[in-house]
Design a protein around this ligand. Structure first.
Ligand SMILES: Cc1cc2nc3c(=O)[nH]c(=O)nc-3n(C[C@H](O)[C@H](O)[C@H](O)COP(=O)(O)OP(=O)(O)OC[C@H]3O[C@@H](n4cnc5c(N)ncnc54)[C@H](O)[C@@H]3O)c2cc1C
Ligand SMILES: [Zn+2]
Length: 621
């Protein structure tokens, strides 16, 4: 009799965790490879679960596909690992028990990192190996992304008539990561032919039971639940789970009352947990009717929008000439000169002071702290750069929520210079996200949703700038990146500095089809050494031969060289102001008086251009 037939009038007990058990024994490498190297140990674990009362055990193949095995260079071993895994499970069975071949989900919190086509290829190979070796069913477990599970479930249903168990992982009570209600997800899985549908991993009995309260008994399929033992704790450099088996014993009947007919364990569970379930439910028939509690509907649109005191930069620069100036937070603790500069820039009438986020990967005073002070003490708009280098996803979200609280709504989302270029070459670059994903995440906060899809109760009001590096071999490719950034939600762009009129014209031609405005970057050179360093050593900066030659001629006179840098920038302003509304001036070495002079010049130039254009219009009319 298949285990499915038995489930018609029996609650079956499944096994518990394999991975976390192996980890607790000290294994910290590829768990699935132990099917080959430590077959006896794997068999012993299977035996312990059967002895504890499991009717159904799963092969040690959770991550035995090439996509996951390639992390260990084991992508060629898919066949051996899966074949031996089935044999190890079969060898462990001394009495009546079933073996299901398990295949785990690939996509985690960032669903789009692996394409569905690639997942399907990897999945098919593993599925064939398991089916060929002979299993009693297939367990599809730990799926965060319903789309992924639907695709591979359809493949499985096409390939086999064996029973299929399809399980998603909860994001929070009642919903998946993309907010799909669990009841809807399970009914979609049932329609695609899953024989058992349910939940496993991420959360424990508490959240699973609350979820199950809102889920009706499936029409054709049976319900399953494999809760985690607890949330994982991290002590002395190791993860461990605290939930004890007595707690599991107490929840067993509740799972039964919610209609669960296949009850096992996921991360952190041990044979003790399974024994507790088996003992408590021994001889009890499954329930056949259940009252479903109305699940709470999550209404996102209730979130209120945050009102900005000032128009976003993209609206300003679309309408008129606009100057923003980068004045980087100090590398030392004294901020006097910085605030002197910020005040002088405010007096000259710039639209924002842009604050780099530890540019060139060297620590500076936190730009949101400085930004807040600029806004409060000086009354100028701070534009806070945010890199993906220094914070993980948690830190980025928290940082953005902090900026919202401080009323700082203007941000520039960049990947960030890699840590190895900076003061601490050994520091890690986080890069949990690309600049594209960061832009998308900020826009999601503007919709009132956290990165993981939780309702934040309010909508942020960020205006999101993105970086443009035109100093590359292929300007077309750089422009394609801008198009992609627009798709992800960028509101406007700020470019790396440009050092020739030809380049300004080329850039103007290349981006004029874009619907988003650009602040074109200009940076005064201070000396020939400065020019050579920037040209050769700083990522994203290229200076024309003629400008480097002009600076080189004055290399023995620092004052004249600095003046020459200003003169060059003024002539670039003349050209830039004809083509772009937005000018982004980068202040060299905190020499804010240079930026003040250039800002004043840029204002005059724009005003002249605007008068000339108005006169021309009058003449034509
Ligand atoms: C206005 C501005 C402000 C900046 N502020 C900071 C800051 O505060 N802190 C900091 O650390 N860094 C800063 N940077 C540097 C920036 O993070 C890096 O130069 C970055 O690689 C380029 O911008 P991005 O992060 O948006 O890159 P992305 O467009 O996200 O590019 C990321 C990766 O793709 C590569 N790439 C980009 N364009 C191309 C192309 N055309 N072809 C092939 N590969 C490409 C890049 O080299 C990089 O590895 C700033 C850059 C600009 C333009
Ligand atoms: Zn798990």
């Amino acid at each position: 009799m298949s285990f499915l037939e038995r489930m018609k009038d029996e609650i079956l007990i499944a096994d518990g965790a394999m991975g976390t058990l192996l980890y607790s024994y000290g294994t910290d490498s590829c768990f699935e490879n132990l099917n080959l190297s430590h077959a006896e140990q794997i068999q012993q674990i299977h035996e312990a679960y059967i002895l504890a009362g499991a009717n159904l055990i799963q092969t040690n193949t959770y991550a035995a596909n090439y996509l996951k095995l390639q992390r260990y260079g084991l992508e060629e071993q898919v066949k051996e690992i899966n074949t031996y895994a089935v044999r190890n499970a079969r060898n462990a069975i001394k009495k009546d028990a079933y073996v299901v071949g398990t295949i785990g989900g690939i996509r985690g919190i960032r669903p789009n990192t692996v394409s569905i086509e690639e997942i399907k290829r990897s999945f098919r190979e593993q599925l064939y190996c398991l089916l060929l070796e002979g299993v009693d069913g297939i367990l599809l477990e730990t799926y965060y992304d319903l789309e992924e599970l639907e695709h591979i479930l359809a493949i499985t249903r096409k390939e086999t008539d064996l029973p299929i168990i399809a399980q998603v992982s909860l994001h929070e009570v009642g919903i998946l990561q993309d907010q799909t209600p669990i009841s809807e997800a399970l009914s979609r899985l049932e329609k695609l032919g899953a024989d058992v549908v349910g939940l496993n991993c991420r959360l424990g009995p508490h959240h699973m039971l609350l979820t199950l309260e809102g889920i009706p008994l499936p029409k054709q399929a049976y319900l399953s639940a494999y809760p985690n033992a607890s949330m994982p704790a991290y002590t002395d450099g190791k993860f461990h789970y605290e939930g004890d088996s007595e707690y599991f014993r107490q929840s067993a009947r509740d799972f039964r009352n919610q209609g669960v007919r296949l009850l096992g364990g996921c991360c952190g569970t041990t044979p003790d947990h399974i024994r507790a379930f088996a003992k408590e439910l021994k001889g009890l028939p499954p329930i056949t009717e259940k009252k479903v509690k109305n699940s709470k509907k999550i209404i996102i649109s209730n979130s209120s929008a945050t009102l900005r005191e000032d128009p976003p930069l993209q609206d300003i620069v679309k309408e008129r000439a606009s100057i923003i100036v980068e004045l980087d937070p100090p590398k030392k603790l004294n901020t006097d000169k910085f605030f002197e500069g910020a005040k002088a820039l405010k007096n000259i009438g710039i639209d924002a002071i842009t604050l780099a986020d530890n540019s060139l990967a060297s620590p500076r005073i936190c730009n949101s702290a400085i930004g807040y002070r600029i806004k409060k003490e000086i009354g100028t708009r701070p534009l806070v750069h945010i890199t993906c280098r220094d914070r993980n996803i948690i830190g980025l979200q928290s940082h953005l929520m902090g900026l919202h609280t401080l009323g700082l709504h203007d941000v520039l989302a960049v990947t960030g210079d890699p840590a190895r270029v900076g003061d601490f070459p050994g520091a890690s670059s986080v890069y949990d996200m690309s600049s594209f994903e960061l832009i998308q995440m900020i826009k999601q906060l503007n919709a009132g949703l956290s990165i993981s899809g939780k309702d934040l109760g309010e909508k942020t009001a960020f205006s999101v700038g993105a970086a443009f590096n035109p100093n590359v071999k292929s300007l077309d490719r750089a422009v394609q990146r801008l198009e992609k950034k627009i798709e992800y939600g960028a509101d406007y762009f700020i470019s790396q500095p440009i050092f020739s009129e030809e380049k300004l014209i080329e850039v103007h031609g290349a981006i004029k089809h874009l619907k988003k405005p650009l602040y074109i970057g200009l940076m005064p050179l201070t000396s020939s050494k400065n020019a050579e360093y920037l040209h050769h050593e700083v990522p994203g900066i290229k200076i024309s031969d003629s400008i480097r030659a002009r600076m080189a001629e004055l290399k023995d006179d620092s004052i004249l060289a600095a003046r020459e840098g200003i003169t060059i920038t003024k002539s670039l302003i003349d050209a830039a102001a004809e083509l772009f509304n937005g000018i982004y001036l980068i202040t060299p070495f905190m020499r804010y008086e240079i930026s003040v002079e250039l800002s004043a010049y840029a204002h005059e130039t724009s005003a002249k251009i605007s008068r000339r254009r108005q006169n021309a219009e009058v003449t034509i009319n």
